[in-house]
Design a protein around this ligand. Structure first.
Ligand code: KG4
Ligand code: ZN
Length: 330
């Protein structure tokens, strides 16, 4: 079975082909980062227009790389929620056209489910239940994955998402957009103990809060603009985010007794987070699955992977498949 997937929920146009052995035959990602960087963030209308230009060539490239033609496809999957509606519509329209023309099933996939399923691309034997820390530009959720498509949210952010904290802090430090990769890089050359930024823990819950941390960085920079190098500020900020994420994930594992953990989403590409998750998982006797960077950030292979399990359950969509801007996983 060859599944073509399309992902256009934000600022990356991506198409991939994954087969029933969960092998990635191609995973093409065309980033619009340079286009949006000068505005300091994503401009939705520009993203939509660029997706329109890129979607067909990116699909063509995904097929060429996989050595396949349209006739070799057995299903077409697409991210239909949540995301920028104008951006989602481009991918959904392309997927519907292919489903209609090729007489193949159409599968709409929730973007966060896609992120979680990146873990099956690196570890197809991953067993349930497992705890997944989903950290992206728009979401920060601790999800207990009980079975295919069976999710329980144990904790979530009450304000900014982890990726948003990286992006906003980078803006304050004049590091441009997106903030995560540049802070990650600078943090490696800085001292994580240079300044102790606050680590919020919310009562007895497994929820997160990052807005106070961002404010603490702003205040620190206003009061002592030249006291520390930007590398030290980045390292100290990242250490606080990583502590909050890893400590809460480990707390959730201890409370639930789960033995397997995974991470997903753009912020899961962070080298500090990956290192600390490896270390904490080993200390607590937990098996960790951790996707490589290109499967953490937005890509269509993860959408194809999630779609494969929908197909096994007989869950396909009609041509009335719609887009939704915001929708929780459960
Ligand atoms: O999952 P993703 O690619 O798109 C969304 O679904 O939002 O996540 C994008 C977010 C951005 O906030 C970006 O700054 C962050 O992931 N990010 C990182 C890293 N790479 C991307 N954050 C920290 N460290 C990174 N290496
Ligand atoms: Zn994403």
């Amino acid at each position: 079975m060859n599944i073509l997937a399309i992902e256009t929920s934000c600022d990356d146009t991506s198409a991939a082909v994954v087969n029933e052995r969960l092998e990635i035959l191609s995973n093409v990602v065309s980033s619009q980062v340079d286009l949006h960087a000068r505005f300091g963030g994503i401009v939705p209308e520009i993203a939509s227009r660029k997706h329109v230009e890129l979607v067909n060539p990116v699909i063509r490239e995904a097929l060429d790389t996989a050595g396949l033609d349209f006739a070799d496809l057995d299903a077409v999957a697409v991210t239909n929620r949540p995301g920028l509606v104008g951006a989602l519509l481009v991918g959904v329209s392309a997927a519907k056209a292919l489903s209609f023309a090729l007489h193949i099933p159409l599968i709409g996939v929730h973007h966060l489910e896609g992120h979680i399923y990146a873990n099956f691309l690196v570890n197809p034997q991953l067993e349930f239940p497992f705890l997944c820390l989903v950290v992206s530009g728009g979401h920060t959720d601790l999800v207990m994955v009980k079975g295919h498509g069976l999710y329980e949210i144990l904790g979530r952010t009450r304000d900014d998402a982890a990726g948003e904290a990286f992006d906003k802090t980078a803006r304050v430090l004049g590091l441009g957009y997106p903030g995560g990769p540049v802070i990650d890089k600078l943090a490696r050359q800085g001292n994580p103990k240079a300044v102790r930024f606050p680590r919020a823990r919310l009562d007895d819950t497994l929820d997160f809060s990052f807005s106070g941390l961002k404010t603490a960085v702003v205040r620190h920079q206003q009061k002592n603009p030249d006291a520390l190098s930007v590398e030290d500020v980045c390292a100290s900020f990242q250490a606080a985010v990583v502590d909050m994420l890893v400590d809460t994930a480990m707390d959730a594992a201890a409370r639930t007794g789960v033995k397997r953990v995974a991470i997903a989403g753009g912020v899961a590409a962070n080298s500090g987070l990956q290192d600390r998750m490896r270390q904490a998982s080993a200390e607590n006797g937990l098996d960790l699955t951790c996707p490589p960077i290109k499967l953490c950030t937005d890509n269509a292979a993860m959408i194809a992977c999630a779609a494969y399990f929908h197909i096994l359950r007989g869950e396909t969509n009609g041509l009335d498949l719609d887009t939704t801007a915001s929708q929780a996983l459960v």
